[in-house]
Design a protein around this ligand. Structure first.
Ligand code: NAP
Length: 298
């Protein structure tokens, strides 16, 4: 049966590779990007890679806006009868301070809360999937996150400029992605497999955006000398673990945190069931969704 997969952040870095490989395995792929222009570029890129775009459908979403995410979820719910694989790949790292129009710090919203809203909204479609899997691209950075109380979560979500640490916000957003996957595994694990991933340190545009813009002129000449290419993984290598989790018939640990196609020890906060439940309750509230409808079973 043809699988239906959804990938966010599809026009760059590991997202491009992920879309390409899923198309090559024969999936129908719904790829999200930020603009029509980027949608056209992605289609063109797939053609250049000699990948048929007949099963590629591109959706525009701005993860900085919960209203845009809600519209995406509504469109997908209207036209798909199931989702077999959902890869939450989009992300930003250490941008200058910005509060979104929804009132959240931008890394918190783009990396965590918008993906939270996507998964929660698409659970009914995932439940109808064939061996459905959700894979959230977290990071090694999340292993050093520290948020674990309501007050800390509130502070991370709406941090004020004078208290903003770009790296701390990145770390916490990545930890929360793993926390969410682990919690959903506890609640929906009988029907859907949820995992999070550290993809490695990968040579993508992620490092050249935000604060990284300062590094770009310095890194590019060094990259040409081959120094970084030896230190950093390629996007193909970076996408490998998520693709493994999307396609393998090996047993997968539901709620597990993976790197290099193997389980990796997560931040211990991921195992704090009380915090996970509270984080989900608060996040549901922030997203305008209501209650937790099932008790954890794992
Ligand atoms: N590279 C690494 O070493 C590394 C390490 C650990 C984890 N990760 C994680 O891996 C994932 C993929 O990153 P990458 O390295 O492939 O980076 P990338 O090349 O910068 O790709 C990031 C993707 O996210 C999209 N995106 C960013 N902000 C968005 C927004 N507001 N709305 C919608 N889409 C948005 C980007 O779209 P635009 O092009 O339109 O901005 C782009 O498609 C990220 O979650 C990142 O945190 C990366």
């Amino acid at each position: 049966m043809m699988k239906t997969s959804v990938v966010t952040g599809a026009n760059s870095g590991m997202g491009i590779v992920t879309v390409q490989k899923l198309l090559e395995r024969g999936d129908r792929v719904i790829a999200t990007v930020r603009s029509e222009k980027k949608a056209n570029l992605l289609v063109q890129l797939m053609r250049e890679h000699a990948v048929s775009d007949a099963r590629l459908e591109v959706e525009v979403v701005e993860l900085n806006q919960l209203s845009s995410v809600r519209r995406l979820a509504k469109r997908l719910t209207g036209r798909l009868d199931r989702i077999d694989c959902l890869i939450l790949n989009a992300g930003i790292m250490v941008p200058p301070y910005h509060l979104t129009q929804d009132g959240f710090e931008s890394q918190f919203q783009v990396n965590y809360l918008s993906h939270f809203l996507i998964v929660e909204s698409l659970l009914p479609l995932l439940e109808k999937g064939d061996d459905p899997r959700v894979i959230s691209i977290s990071s090694l950075a999340g292993e050093r996150g520290t948020v674990r109380t309501d007050i800390e979560l509130q502070a991370v979500a709406t941090v004020q400029k004078e208290h903003y640490s770009p790296m701390r916000s990145y770390r916490e957003s990545k930890l929360l992605q793993s926390v969410h996957m682990r919690e959903l595994a506890a609640v929906y694990g009988e029907k859907i497999t949820f995992t999070s991933v550290h993809p490695g340190i990968v040579n993508t545009d992620l490092f050249y955006r935000g604060k990284g813009k300062v590094l770009k002129p310095l890194l590019k000449p060094v990259a040409k000398l081959g120094y970084w290419s030896k230190k950093l993984s390629t996007p193909e290598e970076g996408a490998r673990t998520a693709l493994y989790l999307a396609t393998t018939s090996d047993p997968i640990q539901n709620g597990g945190y993976y790197a290099d196609e193997a389980l990796r020890t997560p931040n211990p906060i991921v195992e704090d069931a009380a915090f996970r439940k509270r984080a989900r309750e608060l996040s549901l509230m922030w997203c305008g969704l209501h209650r937790i409808e099932r008790e954890p079973s794992l």
